[in-house]
Design a protein around this ligand. Structure first.
Ligand SMILES: CC(C)(COP(=O)(O)OP(=O)(O)OC[C@H]1O[C@@H](n2cnc3c(N)ncnc32)[C@H](O)[C@@H]1OP(=O)(O)O)[C@@H](O)C(=O)NCCC(=O)NCCS
Length: 164
């Protein structure tokens, strides 16, 4: 699908995640990423100071978990569910996160992404993030091992213009 054909539209909104929808979100997530957080971690986030949002149109499209520390809003998790991938929703979710960041008074967005996640890196770069560093061997491999084939993390950040 070309950029012009993208079906993201203004009816897409962010809603706060509630405990009632976590089981369903975790089911969608399980088939959307090799690194799902799962229900327990989502519930943990809900009961902490994390900001948890689902991207919704007629149904759930994806979700994100954010953490505000001072003026930096960190993206802790970011997933577009598989049936919606490749349609521009990733970029839309970043733009909506930027709006949340401004509402929260943040001046910077920050995240870490697996070095081999070229798709995610492209989405963030297109949304004016810069790659600012590498954490060597930061992520475990698919079996959970840090000693065999761990993955580097790329640090990315995006300064936000503060509207007066
Ligand atoms: C990464 C993710 C969020 C991207 O969202 P998305 O809505 O699927 O994004 P798109 O498919 O529209 O792709 C965005 C761009 O990446 C490009 N892209 C797709 N596959 C790619 C690949 N393998 N390598 C490089 N670029 C790729 C697309 O062409 C598109 O570029 P364009 O805007 O110039 O057309 C989504 O795929 C996802 O949730 N993946 C699983 C979880 C994950 O990796 N989360 C990120 C954690 S940091």
């Amino acid at each position: 699908m070309s950029k012009g054909e993208r079906d993201c539209c203004s009816g897409v909104r962010l809603e706060a995640i509630t405990a009632e929808v976590v089981t369903q979100l975790a089911k969608y997530e399980a088939t959307s990423t090799s690194w799902p957080w799962g229900e327990a971690k989502m519930l943990q986030s809900l009961s902490s100071e994390h900001h948890c949002y689902v991207l919704v149109e007629d149904k759930a499209i994806g979700y994100c978990v954010l953490l505000l520390i001072d003026e930096v809003l960190e993206i802790l998790n970011f997933v577009i569910f598989s049936e919606f991938q490749g349609r521009g929703y990733g970029r839309l979710l970043v733009d909506k996160i930027k709006a949340v960041a401004r509402d929260l008074g943040a001046s910077m967005l920050w995240l870490e992404v697996r070095a081999d996640n070229h798709r995610a890196r492209k989405v963030y770069l297109s949304a004016e993030f810069s790659e600012t560093g590498i954490r060597k061997n930061y992520y475990p491999n698919l079996t959970g091992s840090h000693t065999k084939s761990p993955q580097d993390a790329v640090l990315m950040q995006c300064a936000l213009e503060i509207s007066s």
